[in-house]
Write a protein that binds this ligand. Sequence first.
Ligand SMILES: [Fe+2]
Ligand SMILES: [Fe+2]
Length: 373
Amino acid sequence: MSRAARANYREDVAGRANVEDTPELLAYYDQLENLRAGALWTVANKIEPWQPQSSSVPVLWRYQDLRAHVLRSAELVSPEKAGRRVIYLNNPGRKDVAAAVGWLYSGLQTMRPGELASAHAHSASALRFIMEGQGAYTIVDGHKMTLGANDFVLTPNGTWHEHGVSAEGTPCIWQDGLDIPLMNALEANFYVVHPDLQQAVTHPVGDSTAIWGATALHPVGHTWDKGYSPLFKYQWEPTYEALSRYARVTDGSPYDGVIMDYVNPLTGGPVMQTIGASMQMLRPGEHTKAHRHTGSFIYQVAKGQGWSVINGQRFDWRERDIFCVPSWMFHEHANASASEDACLFCFNDLPVMKALGLYREQALAENGGRQAA
Ligand SMILES: [Fe+2]
Ligand SMILES: [Fe+2]
């Protein structure tokens, strides 16, 4: 580290590193560097900040700006050549790891009727949230499911999966969400292309939903020993209906309005080991209070319009826009309509934060709990 950079990280606080450079120390640092070593006090304040310092910045990706470019990718490259024809969301602070925020990747994928992508498996846990089009389907380990707008689909780590659009369908666009950057950070990422490029459908179409999709009923005689949910598709209609029913009997969360987690029906826990997801409803005119927590969050506007204030910056959103909330940044959400509800789909790395004992949350105390934007 240069002398100026070192000086920047000195802190005149008891218990923190505050060593001034001397000719003798500088010579000593050089000797250590030659031995592939260093003095901790030259970097300690940098590598152990007082609180999480996200290098991600809050970003809103407007669908109306991106949509034409996403569709254009279908004219420019084939799914065969591209592998996956995706325009990924590139956070200015996370370009080095191709993350949309924190350790989460996200992108917009398009497919035309009759197209299909090759089957593959990877260590990253993945999900899709359908944005538009008819006829999209996904096959996960031989289980095929058809997909419509606002449906949420899992392709968990290690599963064979492939996507396509039926010949009678229309061009489709969906959002992909994966923890690729986390897998790479953990140096645990594997990727395999299916030996036959395609997999056989070995179960009745839609069986995952038929078996595991009834909220309060568990099928007798069906067992499951995987670490992720056996329910791969969470349909929009029952999700919205559940939120609407819940909204009638709850005040909701002061920070999120009426919010429900998508869960593994067997455990009540997160849908996958490393990625959690939720859908929340902001009632007409609702404006939540601000809080912050550890973890990285990516939202897609499933319905309505409004705004969010993230780290003091206001982002106005409408249906299909995507935005991110980096770790430990204050955020609040508002529905701009006085008559219609607004719904936000969200996926996040909360299961990782919680499993590692790293989850922390704090309400904004000042200003009546709202940020000045
Ligand atoms: Fe994949
Ligand atoms: Fe939050």
